[in-house]
Design a binder for this molecule. Structure first.
Ligand SMILES: Cc1ncc(COP(=O)(O)O)c(C=O)c1O
Length: 416
């Protein structure tokens, strides 16, 4: 086996993987039609393209009432506000996720309570949720991370027992299903990001799926500068302009046509990947929960066991990138984000509850292990390059494992 690319050897793959987002004449025509119509923005809400996208997205996901927004962060803030969660309330979020999951409660005036993850799935651990509930807890935001889904059976049971609102952060889970029910349709709300890296994208954008038309009407008022959207109750509310534009919605209507075939391809190639990935020493696949009946793949996450593999995830990712395989070592643990380090951030801590903002003193061992040592996120583009794309990724991981001793040697000898 040749030398690692990081040490001057030939990379496993020189051909670039397919880029994202994919586009063709349909996208150009859709945008051109909006430009020519003169109705570019999101007011009055919904415009014709938004109305169509708001009808088609719940069809794809299998339920809910869609409200279209500027991104997949405000979707969660709006969901909290539509459910009257706000000042001083506590919202439980997982320690392994993008910062938006914790920022949305802060933007709504609530306090994120960060809890540890299940090491088998890297999603929030339901037992840790129970332990974090206080009389001030109002909501839970489970995140369906990478290609996994949080244990929605356990989470909904806890929510029912404690009368809590559930907002599924499904930013990574377009098309995913749990026991045949779409991600984002099981809780009271499902939040989707359509930002450019996401597997259904409008460049920027977000969709909030609401369980009832009443919640959707409240959310629509909040994103439409507080205008009443509830036919029965013509009341104004505190709102701002968080609307999606017609240009974005038009792109969404094209993207949604392509989505089912892309999802089938990713699923088939992920199964093919797993056949060989699991045989590499020191590679641990995350748990395949049979209740997660349709998987979708924003990123494919696996764990390296550094003692067996011979290197930790940072080294593996650096070596994989050099081999031509797009990958990433993933997010930091939420309590380690700079935002939550008093010395590094301008986060204003409400003087009423300083003790609930001591994130820098937390210890969440499972999230820390995943974020500091184990997780490798493979880009979904490897699945769009067919079997050859997957074979190259596996060959590169095998090669790195076989040469892990060289990586460790280089690390110890580096001048830093
Ligand atoms: C898990 C998760 N939640 C929320 C978001 C926020 O989405 P947006 O960037 O559209 O605000 C993202 C990503 O970008 C995400 O990865």
């Amino acid at each position: 086996m040749s030398e690692l690319a990081m040490r001057g050897g030939a990379p496993t793959r020189t051909e670039p993987y397919p880029t994202w987002p994919v586009h063709d004449q349909r996208d150009v025509d859709a945008v051109a039609a909006v430009v020519k119509s003169g109705r570019w923005g999101g007011y009055p809400y919904p415009g014709p393209h938004s109305a169509e996208f708001a009808r088609r997205f719940p069809e794809l996901q299998g339920g809910g009432h869609a409200v279209l927004m500027a991104n997949g962060t405000v979707t969660m803030e709006v969901a909290l506000r539509a459910a009257a969660v706000g000042w001083g309330d506590e919202v439980i979020v997982p320690a392994y996720t993008f910062q938006a999951t914790a920022v949305a409660p802060l933007a709504a005036g609530a306090i994120p309570v960060i809890v540890d993850i299940d090491p088998q799935t890297y999603c929030i651990d339901p037992q840790k949720i129970e332990a974090a509930i206080t009389p001030r807890t109002r909501a839970i935001i489970p995140v369906h991370l990478g290609a996994q889904m949080a244990d929605m059976d356990a989470i909904m049971a806890i929510a029912e027992k404690h009368n809590l609102i559930v907002i599924e952060d499904a930013a990574h889970a377009h098309g995913a299903k749990w026991r045949g029910r779409g991600a984002g349709t099981i809780g009271h709300f499902g939040s989707f990001s359509l930002q450019s890296s996401k597997i259904l994208t409008t460049g920027e954008g977000g969709v909030l799926l609401c369980r009832t038309p009443e919640l959707a009407a409240r959310a629509t008022s909040i994103i439409d500068c507080g205008r009443p959207h509830d036919e029965a109750e013509q009341v104004f509310t505190l709102g701002a302009n968080y609307r999606m534009t017609e240009l974005q919605a038009a792109l969404g209507n094209v993207a949604i046509e392509r989505f089912p075939e892309q999802a089938r391809q990713r699923e088939a190639m992920a199964a093919y990947l797993e056949e060989s990935l699991s045989e590499i020493p020191g590679v641990r696949l995350l748990k395949r929960d049979m209740r997660h009946t349709t998987r979708s793949f924003y990123r494919y996450i696996f764990a390296v066991q550094p003692e067996v593999f011979g290197a930790d995830h940072d080294l593996v990712c650096a070596a994989l990138s050099a081999e031509g395989i797009p990958c990433w070592a993933g997010y930091e643990a939420m309590h380690h984000y700079d935002l939550f380090q008093p010395a590094l951030s301008r986060l204003a801590v409400p003087c009423a509850f300083p003790e609930r903002f001591q994130f820098d003193r937390m210890h969440l061992p499972e999230a820390e292990r995943a974020c500091q040592r184990e997780a490798v996120w493979l880009d979904e583009c490897i699945f769009r390059a067919g079997r050859r794309g997957v074979d190259d990724a596996v060959a590169a991981i095998r090669k790195i494992q076989a040469h892990a001793v060289d990586l460790r040697h280089d690390e110890h000898c580096s001048p830093d």
